[in-house]
Design a protein around this ligand. Structure first.
Ligand SMILES: O=C(O)CCC(=O)C(=O)O
Length: 356
């Protein structure tokens, strides 16, 4: 369906009153403009072969494996995590021991941050010209033809303490820090458990996979995605199709549908399960396992009426740490399928769309 497209550039006028310099206009600001008239700026309109309206399998919600971490049979639990990581690269976990109250508070303070006046959010924006990912921002990676996703974000590391830069943590609401620290401590327990299972699934010792990711230096990077209501959700995407660069990503969304997974040549909505954690297998686990586990290709759609938010936690090796297929998993019949390289070099190639 073609809309009467909003003229490119015109929408900048209303917000030219802004006082803060920034790399690009925030989607949240664009979404709140009074002169959109049911249209969106051209750079948010995806090409025909990407538009969710034509590329989504409608009426089918993908039932990705749902795994009960409280399963009393450890062998069955191990087998279900192994199968899901090998065949799907994504699964949801329930009974994960992060109290719903802790998650609810995390979501509350994140939402309160995004609802602050724009000037306030800009105080922790990525500085202009800065090469890191931490901070409040909009555009993440190079996109063909200057296209943009309908989403703003905030990134900041939460663990280990030596990796934290509080410059990028919101000061408002005042309980933001304490709430995120509490969530992180619970998250570390779940992550250790999952990495242990993934390790044993490959026939390794409990801690071997974690060692291959930097051990206790494994970094926890929290992101908040803020997808405001979009006048043309059938033409736009939130986060564009990608696999995560992390080892695993542990995500909680709000209740608004949006996550899609590519399976057997098609895009499907992933069912929302209250209080579940969504686990994405990322590129580094695919590499360490020499391709046994698969990183999942996913994207997000946006809603016409509702704001969607999500809180992915990316578990990443330290920048200078080298990641490659675990030597024990390699032999003459199973040669390495991936190069061993520093994580920061992997990230550079991926963000700049260079061969690995
Ligand atoms: O919002 C989501 O459900 C997924 C977000 C995501 O894939 C990302 O931020 O990389």
């Amino acid at each position: 369906m073609k809309k009467d497209l909003y003229k490119e550039g015109q929408y900048h006028k209303e917000s030219s009153k802004q006082k803060h310099p920034m790399e690009t206009q925030r989607v949240q600001e664009i979404a709140s403009l009074s002169n959109l008239n049911g249209t969106i700026p051209l750079e948010f309109i995806r090409s025909d072969d990407e538009q969710p309206a034509t590329t989504t399998i409608h009426g089918v919600v993908l039932e990705v494996p749902v795994i009960d971490l409280n399963n009393p049979d450890p062998q069955k639990l191990l087998a279900s995590i192994f199968e899901a990581s090998k065949d799907w690269g994504i699964f949801q976990v329930v009974n994960h021991e992060i109290p719903s109250e802790v998650t609810r508070r995390l979501q509350k303070v994140g939402k309160e941050f995004f609802e602050l006046p724009q000037e306030e959010k800009e105080t922790i924006a990525k500085p202009i010209g800065y090469k890191g990912v931490e901070g409040y921002g909009t555009k993440l990676q190079k996109e063909v033809e200057g296209k943009k996703g309908w989403v703003d974000h905030l990134f900041h590391r939460v663990w280990p303490p030596s990796a934290i830069n509080y410059q990028f943590w919101p000061k408002k609401p005042p309980s933001y820090r304490e709430t995120n620290e509490e969530y992180t401590q619970k998250m570390i327990q779940v992550a250790n458990k999952l990495l242990g299972f993934l390790s044993k699934g490959l026939g390794l010792e409990d801690g071997e996979l974690k060692q291959g990711l930097g051990g206790e230096d494994l970094t926890y990077m929290l992101k908040i995605n803020y997808y405001p209501p979009c006048p043309c959700p059938e033409l736009a995407l939130g986060v564009v199709p990608h696999t995560d660069m992390s080892s695993i990503t542990i995500l909680v969304p709000n209740e608004v549908q949006g996550l899609q997974v590519f399976k057997d040549g098609h895009w499907y909505d992933v069912a929302y399960i209250p209080n579940a954690l969504i686990i994405h297998i990322g590129d580094q686990i695919e590499i360490l396992s020499n391709g046994v586990y698969k990183s999942v290709y996913h994207r997000t759609t946006v809603s016409k009426e509702k704001t969607r938010m999500s809180w992915p936690m990316f578990l990443e090796p330290p920048p200078d740490f080298e990641v490659g297929p675990i030597p024990k998993l390699i032999n003459q019949d199973n040669p390495p399928k991936f190069k061993t390289k520093k994580f920061k070099d992997y990230v550079h190639c991926k963000l700049n769309k260079l061969p690995q």
